[in-house]
Design a protein around this ligand. Structure first.
Ligand code: GLU
Length: 429
């Protein structure tokens, strides 16, 4: 009976959780869940100078935010140095490694070193081209390519899924497996993530930390769905998927060879889809804190109503919060460039239309249906298309030229507040 599938994500806690790392973690997690295997974490904290507990915490929090869980307590590589030394000493005693100026160096025999990569197919190197390399420094600290293999063997890892940038390490690691006499895992090297210019994703392209996207107002489900599609496709043009669907559809065969492009516009679009599909109640806990930061203390009911009105036209939760703020508090309304230009085309008409609307709305029943009727009647009376009545109200109440239908907008703002704000706009123009 073969061992159950065991995969791992092995971040170095020398920085935040990079979107590339998060994507690698997600692929491993999806694969483990798809096959009913085990997903493990190994914190590669051997670089004592750059590894911190704070980074480890940020990485684990980032994974948790994305909804990824692990099945055993994380393994800390730094705590396993004695084991690394023991294996190196054994290789030395067996003549598979030798002492060189205080270091222990692995002998790399001549001949082919090849593997069937789960993503790229057969990849082959020649032992002759890989020099004998140090596995233990003179201070007895292990080197990366050695520690990784000792740990992967001890953790009974069956599939190593990691970034393309590790392809050149793999022949050295295979040499260690051979020296130790352990079976190779399946290696799968997932494509690099590039910015829109095709160059490796970096800070030049914008935010690269998962935490940054959290603070920008991206929903974890949207981030996860977006990351899943960076280098993997379920086939067809399927894009929006629940977590269960992704688990069900995920396969190593579906991983692409070519690099994946990180497209912020697409992430925001996808986030918009998730915002639309979420209920106001679900979004409330995410909207309340930024709203409070904006100094708006709306009643829960009013906030929920406003969220419902704006969520389908928002790209991020911050976007939702800003729009909710504008509906609950005129302090947060600022005319944007387009709105300014629209008013400038006919300032007198803008003012007259608002005045007529105020007069017509004063006695109106304040429900979306009644408001719609009232405004259409007003447009008919004035002999203008309804849009001519709607648009000045929209601009006066939101400062922008796009929003939910104006009858809903008026309803959300509320009778007294809406009339007061429209009157103020008349006075100001
Ligand atoms: N700590 C390595 C990294 O962050 C892990 C490499 C591996 O997955 O084998 O790149």
């Amino acid at each position: 009976m073969p061992d159950t599938t065991r995969v791992r994500f092995a971040p170095s806690p020398t920085g935040y959780l990079h979107v590339g790392g998060a994507r690698t973690a997600l692929f491993n997690w999806l694969y483990a869940r798809h096959v009913g295997g085990t997903f493990l974490l190994r914190i590669e904290d051997t670089d004592k100078a750059r590894s911190t507990d704070e980074h480890t915490k940020v990485i684990l929090d980032g994974l948790t935010w994305l909804g990824l869980d692990w099945d055993e307590p994380p393994v800390f590589q730094g705590a396993r140095v004695t084991r690394h030394q023991e294996v190196a000493d054994k290789l030395l005693a067996e003549g598979k490694a030798y002492l060189d100026a205080g270091t222990i160096r692995l002998r790399v025999p001549a001949g082919e070193i090849a593997w069937d990569d789960a993503v790229h197919g057969r990849i082959s190197f020649q032992g002759e081209d890989i020099k004998d390399f140090v596995i233990l420094r003179s201070d007895r600290s292990p080197l990366y390519n050695f520690a990784v293999v000792v740990d992967d063997i001890d953790m009974r890892i069956t599939h190593v899924l990691r970034g393309d940038d590790h392809i050149s390490n793999t022949p050295k690691q295979i040499a260690v497996y051979r020296a130790v006499g352990a079976a190779l895992p399946v290696f799968g090297h997932v494509p690099m993530i590039a910015g829109p210019d095709g160059k490796k994703l970096s800070k030049r392209h914008g935010a690269t930390a998962v935490g940054d996207y959290q603070h920008l107002g991206i929903l974890p489900a949207a981030m996860r769905n977006f990351l899943a599609l960076l280098g993997w496709s379920p086939g067809g043009d399927r894009e929006i998927m629940t977590l269960d669907e992704m688990v069900h559809l995920f396969s190593l065969e579906g991983i692409q060879k070519k690099s994946a492009i990180f497209d912020m516009t697409k992430l925001e679009w996808m986030n918009g889809q998730y915002l639309s599909a979420s209920s106001a109640d679900e979004l409330y806990p995410l909207i309340a804190p930024p709203l409070e930061k904006l100094g708006v203390n709306g009643k829960r009911d009013a906030v929920l109503k406003a969220i419902t009105a704006v969520k389908t036209r928002s790209r991020t939760t911050l976007d939702v919060a800003r729009q909710v703020a504008a509906r609950l508090d005129p302090k947060h309304v600022a005319l944007d460039e387009k709105a300014r230009r629209e008013i400038a085309q006919d300032p007198a008409g803008y003012k007259a239309s608002l005045e007529a609307s105020v007069a017509a709305l004063r006695g109106a029943e304040w429900t979306p249906a009644a408001l719609e009727r009232q405004l259409r009647e007003l447009a008919a009376e004035r002999g203008v298309p309804p849009g001519k009545v709607f648009q000045p109200i929209r601009i006066a109440l939101t400062g922008g030229t796009v929003s939910e239908p104006v009858n809903e907008l008026l309803y959300v703002v509320g009778k007294e507040a809406a009339l007061g704000r429209l009157e103020a706009a008349v006075r100001a123009s």
